[in-house]
Design a protein around this ligand. Structure first.
Ligand code: BTN
Length: 238
């Protein structure tokens, strides 16, 4: 299906815009903008936006034949679609960082925010493409151009990602979640890393394993000093 891009010079947030206006658009129409004044990130954080980034959102309608669990897979599907889309432009060693970031060279390349409004799921993606990150973010984040010294066609990247996303949704509907999950696990950034998961005041320390069929991360948690440890799975967490 043809992908329609609606381009803006500046918006508060492409997710916010779709939240207010999705009724005037169709599923998979893409809202993109050069810059955002109030970019949103997960957990009520701000997303620092700047020109040269790919900044866009689209939405998915509720599907009759999907279970709640299927929607919980959207962050993973969006992450994989982003990686596939980027690979089509520049083949680098992208990693998927559970629950929904893309990493490159151990730094954050892309953030994804999914919000449910009325009966639609808004998927917002921000990718550092042609922008140079400010000094204070340089040890945490990276852009494509900072690694390769090239400039990229942002619209092409966006279209690639949307078409990969559509293909992955079809794949999911056709019962091929296992294949999708396998591909995601091959790029699992956290695998074998020592991680600390926080839930409010609670903390869990352990070693990350694979992402399981429910989209949860499995963590080898140490029971006590002598204990061998056990595998626990987590669906959310910071
Ligand atoms: C995160 O890393 O926590 C998610 C960041 C998501 C940023 C994108 S940019 C396009 C879309 N519009 C927003 O306001 N946020 C998302």
């Amino acid at each position: 299906k043809n992908i329609n891009l609606y381009k803006f010079k500046e918006l508060d947030s492409t997710n916010g815009y779709l939240e207010r206006n999705h009724k005037n658009y169709e599923e998979f129409d893409v809202i993109c903008t050069k810059n955002q004044t109030h970019g949103r990130a997960r957990r009520q954080n701000d997303w620092v936006s700047m020109e040269g980034m790919a900044i866009f959102s689209f939405f998915l309608e509720k599907r009759e034949n999907w279970e709640i669990e299927d929607y919980l897979k959207l962050p993973l599907i969006a992450g994989l679609a982003t990686i596939r889309g980027l690979r089509g432009i520049e083949n680098l060693d992208y990693k998927f960082k559970w629950t929904n970031d893309v990493y490159l060279e151990n730094k954050k390349l892309c953030g994804i925010l999914i919000e449910k409004i009325d009966d639609v799921y808004i998927v917002g993606i921000g990718i550092n493409v042609n922008n140079i990150l400010p000094e204070k973010l340089k040890n945490k984040a990276i852009s494509l151009t900072q690694l390769t010294n090239k400039k990229y066609e942002i619209e092409k990247i966006i279209k690639n990602i949307i078409s990969e996303f559509q293909m992955l949704c079809e794949k999911l509907e056709n019962g091929l979640w296992e294949d999708i999950l396998k591909e995601i696990n091959e790029m699992n950034y956290l695998k074998n890393k020592k991680i600390e998961l926080k839930f409010g005041n609670e903390k869990v320390l352990g070693i990350a394993q694979d992402i399981n069929e429910n989209g949860e991360i499995e963590v080898l948690v140490k029971k006590d000093e002598v204990g061998k440890g056990e595998i626990k799975s987590f669906s959310i967490g910071e």
